[in-house]
Design a protein around this ligand. Structure first.
Ligand code: C2E
Ligand code: CA
Ligand code: CA
Length: 584
């Protein structure tokens, strides 16, 4: 008897305990769901069709100052969104009418100006009848602000508030298209400070930045529907004028700029600087047929003006371009004589960060114009690429550089890597590899002594073709270096499949490395990633000791830049090597 009673009691106790545990479980679950709801930055409406009951959950008061207790109250919501969202909301809240399960969209509230993502979910039973409806309101105001900031960075230059280079090129493209339709002209003014180095070197980089900013802000006010202005690079601004005439003629804008430059710029530390600018002007369609060529022409003209004296404006003149083109077209007839007369090679040293040893040199071409002035390859290479003369020029660069390299090698026996810039146009030539190998053979140089630099943009144009070709070059032992990394559509993800050995971090990163937190983070992660992929990193355009130290700290392998050595004639590299080998 006792035994029976005992088991009954035990069973009851067991059940009670089980119920207690279930209850506890339920309470824990409820607590967890409540927490999830409350921390989700959202508010919810829950509607059960069978019970016809509406509940609001989580942070309702963050969004709305009224309650909803009946499904008929839902239209109250239309009132509180900005007008243009009302229809969207009305259709979105009742998607069961279209038998849809889920929809999300964004609205903006009138009162508190919040951006709200609305997500509507309907649960159906097996017969296709709706059973539950959950509407979630999520505050995405902050997220939108971040997106806006990113968009801002994509279009504008942070220092001056003017357009950035990429966006300027796009806007100029739109001007050209419109000009075709409306038979108008478009002028580009390439505006460059004279002797900017004097400020940067003499007063410091911050003073330089301040000056760029002050002048940029002044230019900002000249913008209109017809005039767009960009901060193009360090001390260069580009102005595009649609249908230049009257108050927006090139001459008027130039006078307005000159007027401003009569007065000094007041810097924050009280110093005053007076500056002048040299301006190159090229007009569409007279000077060039496309955006980049037009900017290039304006730049060439500006350079020309600089070599004639500064503080002036120079209009495009076919003769300036002719002078260049003639120089190179004649070369096909006269061959090397003309090359030697018009071009020369400079070499810039590169150093390892770990032991300070010289690693190699980058060969950089220079064009001597008729007066003996040096013209930057950044100006004439793009034109030579357009008209095909880059091929003979490029072959000459390889031959001349390899020949010089062999002279150093036999004299100093110092192991150097010779870096050669190869243009996309040249690299794509069918016989490029054959010609390259022929030259090496002639001077008894192994491909392993050479590094070929190609720019990131090349790859984007024709990824498959070029990367196969680079793979071949690498197979025969040459090193491949990806130049100007970070200026194109730099995506670390495509690096993985690329046949490269070295990655060159562009000067634009180095420039702002110490002043801009974002650049710091990006550079740090580039170096880290690149190391993991097994490539070497070279930072170029290193101008100061601080930049050098910081890059070394980040683990960058090789440094190139004015701080350690400018591009110099072959003889100066010879003396460097003589010093180095004398020490050993
Ligand atoms: P790049 O290949 O990016 O070459 C580096 C450029 O940065 C060179 O300009 C060099 O003089 C400059 N540089 C180096 N260190 C510093 C520094 O610390 N501060 C500053 N402000 N600049 C520095 P460069 O010689 O005017 O060449 C411009 C571009 O022209 C080169 O850019 C390259 O893309 C192209 N280029 C030069 N030589 C050749 C060539 O032989 N063949 C081809 N295809 N392209 C060439
Ligand atoms: Ca290069
Ligand atoms: Ca570069």
């Amino acid at each position: 008897m006792n035994i029976v009673v005992d088991t009954e009691v035990k069973e009851k106790e067991c059940k009670a305990q089980q119920l207690g545990e279930d209850y506890q479980q339920l309470r824990d679950d409820e607590k967890m769901y409540r927490l999830l709801c409350e921390t989700s930055n959202s508010a919810f409406i829950y509607y059960n069709y069978e019970e016809d009951r509406v509940r609001t959950l989580a942070d309702w008061a963050h969004f709305f100052d009224f309650a909803i207790s009946d499904i008929k109250d839902l239209p109250k919501l239309y009132e509180c969104v900005e007008e243009q969202y009302a229809i969207l909301l009305r259709e979105g809240l009742f998607i069961e009418k279209q038998h849809r399960e889920r929809q999300s969209f964004e609205v903006r509230l009138k009162e508190n100006r919040l951006y709200v993502e609305v997500e509507v979910n309907i649960v159906y039973d097996v017969f296709g009848n709706p059973t539950d409806k959950i509407i979630r309101f999520k505050d995405v105001t902050k997220l939108n602000a971040q997106k806006d900031e990113l968009a801002y960075m994509a279009y504008y230059d942070m220092l001056t508030g003017l357009y950035n280079r990429n966006y300027f090129v796009r806007l100029l493209g739109e001007f050209l298209r419109l000009a075709d339709k409306e038979s108008h002209k478009v002028a580009v003014m390439f505006v460059d400070f004279d002797d900017f180095r004097r400020v940067n070197d003499g007063m410091g980089l911050i003073a330089g930045d301040e000056l760029v900013q002050l002048f940029g802000q002044y230019l900002f006010d000249l913008m209109s529907d017809h005039v767009v202005i960009s901060h193009f690079s360090t001390d260069i601004y580009c102005i595009a004028i649609y249908d230049p005439c009257g108050a927006r003629s090139v001459e008027t804008i130039y006078q307005v700029i000159k007027e401003r430059l009569k007065k000094p710029f007041k810097l924050m530390d009280g110093q005053e600087v007076t500056m002048t600018v040299t301006v190159g002007v090229a007009e569409y369609p007279e000077a060039a047929a496309g955006t980049l060529e037009l900017i290039n022409c304006a730049e060439i003209v500006m350079f020309k003006a600089k070599s004639r004296g500064k503080d002036m404006i120079q209009y495009f003149d076919g003769a300036i371009l002719e002078e260049f083109l003639q120089t190179v077209t004649i070369q096909t007839k006269l061959k090397e004589v003309v090359f030697e007369q018009n071009f020369t090679m400079h070499f810039q040293p590169q150093y390892y960060t770990k032991d300070g040893k010289m690693r190699g040199v980058e060969a950089l071409i220079r064009w001597k114009d008729s007066k003996g002035d040096m013209i930057s390859p950044a100006v004439f290479i793009p034109i030579a690429e357009k008209n095909g003369t880059i091929v003979p020029i490029g072959n000459w660069v390889i031959e001349k550089s390899v020949q010089t390299y062999v002279e150093w090698r036999s004299k100093y026996h110092y192991p150097l890597v010779l870096s050669l810039n190869v243009s996309a146009v040249q690299c794509k030539q069918k016989d490029f590899i054959d010609i390259f190998l022929q030259i090496l053979k002639k001077y008894d140089v192994s491909p392993a002594e050479i590094e070929i630099e190609i720019t990131e943009t090349i790859l984007i144009e024709d990824f498959e073709h070029i990367s196969r070709r680079l793979g071949k070059l690498r197979k025969i032992g040459a090193r491949i270096s990806l130049d100007d990394f970070g200026t194109g559509f730099s995506s670390l993800s495509y690096l993985k499949g690329l046949p490269i050995d070295t990655l060159k971090i562009d000067k634009t990163f180095v420039d702002t490395l110490l002043t801009d937190e974002n650049t710091k983070i990006i550079t740090e992660s580039i170096i880290y990633m690149v190391k993991r992929l097994g490539y070497e990193t070279i930072a170029e355009g290193v101008e100061t000791e601080e930049q050098f130290r910081y890059l070394r700290e980040l683990g960058c392998d090789i440094i190139q830049g004015y701080y350690l050595g400018r591009p110099m004639p072959a003889e100066e590299i010879s003396s460097l090597l003589a010093d180095l080998t004398a020490k050993v």
